[in-house]
Write a new protein. Structure first.
Length: 488
């Protein structure tokens, strides 16, 4: 019995020793993984995932290099991703998981077409002008916009798939801020003493109220028994009280003078009168023509104004200035006419040959730049010039015929801004041009795109023309010639 007890005790001791040994073995060989940074990471789309690192070891060994990583993060797709880190050592395994959330926290942006503050006519409803949604993540949110339409505001809202909400409000104002449009048929009118004045008529229209011609009130009167200038005032109001006013001047004059068409000064130093004999059919048209350019600063300004106003004009160019300016004139739809290469009267009018040599030089330049052989010309000083008398007798008489024989058309003018003469301010240019315009002729307006005050006056001149019912045209091959009386 004593012996049996001893055996049991020995076995017990062996078992305890074995347990202690195996525990020690485990303690030394079980691996452990630790993660650097957090176990749960948030990435803001489309930020890329960068492994922050990890460590693996047992009490006695570094095992970091033996870690196996499973799982991938798609930073282009919002969602939750898992990455597992696993380490095996002998028959021990250790594993840890990191959670990566790709999230979108950016709101969609709604951009309204039209104004955020829309003004509509009273008693009408706002007609949706549209909107566009942009979002960093969802590309197709346009159809998902919620619209709440209150009387005075429209609220647009939309959510992306992460629930971020974009919102915008359009306010609606019901008012008529626009003045009515009042147009007089014919412009200023001249009648002879004794003839009765007959109102040529007018039309008035309003953006909100439509045709309101019947609301036009005319004040003033014309005494056809007495010479003078009478002013008739036309006034019209729309329902909102916006008023437009315009006037017509009626000149009553004596019937003594024979009926000459418009007279105008020559640009040469002499003051001899010349007569425009135009057979133009586009009555009431304004042909803006610019001579002597191009010149960088002034021509650029003029081209900008023409572009803003949507008007086409004609440039009678020389060999001065940059090619790029002529190129711009041409590509923006204006007509390019030939003026002169040198603009030196003593050279140009020295002889018939000298004139055509000079013309060829500027023609070649235009052809080189635009590819077009221009057949539209303006004589330096006009066909009525007298300066050429100093250099060649009767040269204008010959040239005016010969250019036509050679297939050119030449254009003098019947409205002179006098900007190459004594007129040196924008106001003067404006007054000279607007006071000479008429609905009863084709208005061929002489200006110079090398004059700063002309460039300055142009916008007002165009606006005067537009508001008085004129149309603007450029010279083309179908435009009839406008000719002065030849004086040499
Ligand atoms: Zn000139």
């Amino acid at each position: 019995m004593e012996k049996n007890k001893k055996i049991v005790l020995i076995i017990l001791i062996i078992i305890i020793v074995l347990i202690l040994l195996s525990s020690l073995f485990c303690l030394l060989n079980i691996p452990k993984i630790t993660l650097k940074d957090k176990q749960e990471i948030e990435l803001i789309y489309p930020e890329k995932y960068k492994e922050p690192g990890y460590k693996a070891k047992t009490v006695i060994k570094n095992l970091t290099k033996k870690v196996k990583i499973n799982g991938k993060v798609n930073n282009n797709k919002i969602g939750t991703y898992k990455i597992t880190y696993q380490i095996k050592n002998l028959f021990f395994t250790s594993e840890i998981t990191r959670i990566i959330k790709v999230i979108d926290n950016e709101k969609p942006v709604i951009t309204l077409k039209g104004n955020e503050e829309a003004i509509v006519c009273p008693n009408t409803t706002y007609r949706e002008e549209g909107y566009e949604v942009t979002d960093n993540y969802n590309k197709d949110l346009n159809d998902k916009v919620d619209i709440i339409n209150n009387q005075n505001e429209i609220i647009y809202s939309v959510k992306d798939e992460s629930g971020n909400e974009g919102k915008i409000t359009r306010t609606i104002k019901y008012e008529d801020k626009n003045k009515p449009d009042l147009k007089l048929k014919s412009g200023n009118i001249t009648i002879y003493v004794g003839n009765t004045y007959k109102e040529p008529g007018y039309t008035a229209s309003d953006k909100c109220d439509g045709d309101i011609t019947k609301n036009v009130k005319v004040t003033g009167s014309v005494n056809n028994k007495k010479t003078g200038t009478y002013t008739l005032t036309y006034t019209v109001k729309d329902n909102a009280g916006n008023e437009t006013k315009t006037t017509r001047k009626v000149t009553v004059k004596n019937k003594v003078t024979t009926k000459k068409s418009t007279t105008t000064k020559s640009t040469t130093s002499t003051n001899s009168l010349v007569y425009a004999t135009s057979s133009c059919s586009a009555k009431g048209a304004i042909y803006l023509t610019f001579d002597d350019g191009p010149q960088a600063s002034t021509t650029t300004k003029i081209l900008n104004t023409l572009k803003e106003e949507g008007i086409k004009a004609t440039f009678f160019v020389t060999n001065s200035g940059a090619d790029s300016l002529i190129s711009r004139e041409y590509t923006e739809g204006h007509s390019i006419g030939l003026h002169t290469a040198s603009h030196t009267y003593s050279k140009v009018y020295a002889s018939d040959d000298a004139f055509f040599n000079d013309l060829k030089k500027v023609s070649d330049r235009v052809k080189r730049i635009t590819g077009i052989e221009s057949k539209i010309i303006r004589f330096p000083g006009g066909s009525s010039n007298t300066v050429s008398r100093h250099y060649s007798s009767k040269i204008m008489t010959r040239l005016t015929k010969e250019v036509v024989n050679r297939g050119y058309k030449y254009y003098d003018w019947n409205v002179d801004s006098d900007d190459a003469g004594s007129c040196r301010t924008a106001k003067c240019v404006y007054n000279n041009v607007t006071s000479s315009l008429s609905k009863n002729k084709c208005n061929m307006v002489l200006m110079h795109d090398v004059k700063s005050y002309t460039a300055e006056a142009l916008k007002d001149v165009i606006e005067y023309g537009k508001s008085h019912g004129y149309t603007f045209k450029k010279i083309d091959s179908s435009t009839p010639m406008v000719r002065h009386k030849v004086n040499n």
